[in-house]
Design a protein around this ligand. Structure first.
Ligand SMILES: [Zn+2]
Length: 312
């Protein structure tokens, strides 16, 4: 039930959250559906506050640590030669990330490479500050590099509404390019649609003598976008279709993503804290369910738009 609501919510409250699939109560959902989307854009600081509450940092698995906030992820991947940080959250998330890294006994200035899931303000708003604080190099997809350099302005859907501090990409990535540091290899898989350069990251970790495949999904939600006849993103539908093929082809043991609600973080964190024997973040079925749900949402919308245009 909640899952169905999540999909509905994605389309209905597009500007409340860019990434969709968020858990709300039915009552709140009903309320949200009554309020015009514009109102959400104006209450954006309330959104960021709600998603930006502190979280006790923790080791997810292997050398992957969660250092983000309640609903905007930030992952620290540690190596003996410095660290990689995936996503910055909002600009306001940066002090939380810094505190979380310190609490874990690591140092912010040891971050050597910054990477990004996609160029929306709730995942890259703090990259400019982090780059300045750490001197790290930013590696991001070619297609999202332009949006990052514009500070989110000129977004195909949101225009200048969700602007952030512009940040220069030092290394522009193509599909299957890797970021390598201290023995860690992270592979960028382009999964466009949600943004033109949305990137899913994969890597391997060792846990209990086993090698596991980790997938940090970019985002496959469709927050109010038009899939057919979208003048500002003409191949958006083909891009989403390609993204689902890529996601379905990935081997995933450990499922992670830019929003905690994508991978049931709160519930898994609680299980991890209880000392559950098998690491709860090992969740291949959760990954398959996420991809299946997102693809169904895409197909449903495509069909709806096609019917409205007089197609089949
Ligand atoms: Zn997004």
């Amino acid at each position: 039930m909640i899952r169905d609501n999540r999909n509905l919510l994605c389309a209905a409250s597009a500007s409340l959250r860019l990434c969709g699939l968020y858990t709300f109560s039915k009552r709140l959902l009903a309320l949200l559906l009554l309020i015009p989307a514009l109102a959400f854009a104006q209450s954006d600081s309330a959104t960021s506050r709600a998603w930006n509450q502190p979280v006790k940092p923790y080791r997810v698995i292997g050398n992957i640590y969660y250092v983000g906030a309640t609903e905007v992820s930030s992952f620290l991947i540690t190596t003996p030669q410095g660290h990689i940080l995936l996503d910055s959250g909002f600009e306001e998330t940066v002090p939380l990330i810094r505190d979380n890294i310190n609490k874990l006994g690591f140092k912010l200035e040891d971050i050597k490479v910054l990477i990004n899931s996609h160029a929306h303000y709730d995942h890259c708003g703090g990259l400019a500050d982090l780059k300045e604080l750490t001197g790290a190099k930013l590696a991001a997809s070619e297609a999202d590099a332009a949006l990052l350099a514009n500070g989110g302005k000129g977004d195909f859907q949101w225009g200048d509404t969700f602007a952030y501090k512009p940040v220069t990409v030092d290394r522009k990535l193509r599909d299957r390019d890797t970021v390598e540091l201290g023995g860690v290899v992270m592979t960028a898989r382009l999964t466009p649609g949600h943004t033109k350069g949305c990137t899913t990251w994969t890597m391997k970790v060792e846990e209990g003598g086993r090698q596991l495949d980790v997938v940090f999904v970019g985002s496959a939600s469709i927050p109010g976008y038009k899939l057919l006849g979208n003048a500002k993103y003409t191949n958006i539908s083909e891009d989403y279709a390609h993204t689902f093929e890529v996601l379905k082809g990935l081997k995933c043991d450990v499922f992670l993503g830019p929003h905690g609600s994508f991978f049931s973080m709160k519930e898994k964190m609680a299980r991890l804290e209880k000392g559950e024997k098998k690491n709860p973040f090992i969740d291949p079925q959760g990954y398959r369910d996420y991809v299946e749900r997102a693809e169904k949402n895409y197909r449903d919308q495509l069909q709806k738009e096609s019917r409205a245009k007089g197609g089949k």
